[in-house]
Design a protein around this ligand. Structure first.
Ligand SMILES: Cc1ncc(COP(=O)(O)O)c(C=O)c1O
Length: 385
């Protein structure tokens, strides 16, 4: 049996290991100079004035909603085709997530459905750049601006990605990135919020560390003072220097990682484009895709078996896959709630039955990619109608 190809493996080199060890040896483990450096390098990388490091994208999304003023009774529009975090943060603010359907090709938020979902209570929209493909931001920003609605981008998948030549991270009001272990770069757990608004950045930074006026560097170094003030009832969302020490070399490799992901996506596209049972990912014009995920859609009419069986067969052949996502409205918490009737999401319902995410990451070799192609193709050929 050939070795298992996992759905994901992080690419951690000697630079990362040395950087983390150096930080551990330095004696300064929590948020400090490394995190400041990581924030500065990240802001420069994306091309935005402010980047606030936190311990997850979920934390970044929560702080973003809070600083733009989302509060009890407000509504926030969220695509149903996303991960738990995008909607749960709306609950943190005691607001209501209003779920909307996705587009059948990109699986990004359906803009007509988004427009229909707007009410006088809508305070914010959280577009998710699904798989690393930027949403149609010009339309979303136009809709939002004309109604004074804030746009908080969930860019957990979209580093680095571009929309009309501009980096994701410079488009909406606040953009939130993830450095979770499976993402395009990682700090194990971690996240970043970028914005052009200095006040929001400062507010998020303060909220990320108990809402206090001084961080640890300013309290515990020889130059610092013991005195601090609580300005807001904050949270414990700060990123450690150990995590930032991992993030800095990862960030410096981010474009190289993206080049490999792109190359593998093009190989999959080439291999599957003439397989009628497979719909390859649709890519809009004028964007650069981060290819965090490579999601195929199966044409189930042409197959004798369903998506779940194909995933099982792939596993038996040593290929790890995943499904992004089980739409939120299908999870018990949301489906037991009359606010999210099944019939409101025909596209996501249909897409969910046929999507499979194939492995795509820089640690894969060319031979791994070829094996995935061969195994997928063989399974499809064997089970076609
Ligand atoms: C679309 C999306 N948003 C948010 C998150 C949350 O990221 P984190 O684990 O960094 O909080 C994820 C994580 O998988 C995600 O896929």
């Amino acid at each position: 049996m050939k070795p298992f190809i996992p759905f994901h493996l992080p690419d951690i080199g000697e630079e990362e290991i040395c950087s983390v060890v150096e930080t551990i040896r330095s004696g300064w483990l929590t948020t400090g100079k490394k995190t400041k450096q990581f924030e500065r390098e990240f802001a420069d990388f994306v091309g935005t004035p402010h980047a606030v490091a936190v311990n997850s994208c979920t934390a970044a999304l929560h702080l973003a909603l809070e600083v733009v003023g989302v509060t009890a009774g407000d509504e926030v529009i969220v695509p149903t085709m996303t991960f738990a975090a995008t909607a749960e943060v709306v609950h943190y603010c005691r607001a209501l997530p209003v779920l909307v359907d996705c587009q059948s090709d990109t699986l990004n938020i359906d803009i007509e459905a988004l427009e229909r979902a707007i009410t006088p209570k809508t305070k914010a929209i959280i577009p998710v750049h699904f798989a690393g493909q930027p949403c149609e931001m010009a339309r979303i920003l136009e809709i939002a601006k004309s109604r004074n609605i804030k746009v908080i981008e969930d860019a957990a998948h979209a580093l680095p990605a571009k929309y009309q030549g501009r980096m994701v991270g410079t488009l909406g009001d606040i953009t939130c990135f993830s450095f979770y272990a499976t993402k395009t770069m990682t700090t194990g757990e971690g996240g970043m919020a970028t914005t052009e608004n200095a006040e929001w950045a400062e507010h998020m930074r303060m909220l990320s560390l108990h809402g206090i006026s001084r961080d640890a560097v300013n309290r515990y170094t020889p130059e610092g003072s013991w005195y601090y003030e609580i300005r807001y009832p904050g949270y414990k969302y700060n990123l450690t220097d150990m995590a930032s020490a991992l993030g800095i070399p990862q960030l410096r490799k981010c474009h190289d990682f993206a080049t490999i992901r792109h190359k593998y996506a093009m190989r999959y596209n080439e291999a599957f484009k003439d397989v009628p049972e497979i719909v390859i990912p649709h890519v809009n014009e004028d964007i650069e895709h981060a290819w965090h995920l490579y999601v195929i859609q199966l044409d189930l009419q042409r197959l004798r078996i369903g998506r779940d069986e194909i995933i099982d067969l792939l596993k038996q052949e040593g290929i790890g896959t995943s499904v992004h996502f089980i739409p939120l409205h299908l999870h018990p918490y949301y489906s037991n709630n009359n606010t999210y009737p099944l019939k409101s999401f025909p596209v996501a319902n249909q897409a969910f039955k046929c999507i499979i995410s194939l492995p795509i990451y820089p640690k894969m070799t060319d031979a791994d990619v070829q094996r995935v192609i061969d195994v997928v193709t063989q399974i499809i050929q064997k089970h076609r109608r």
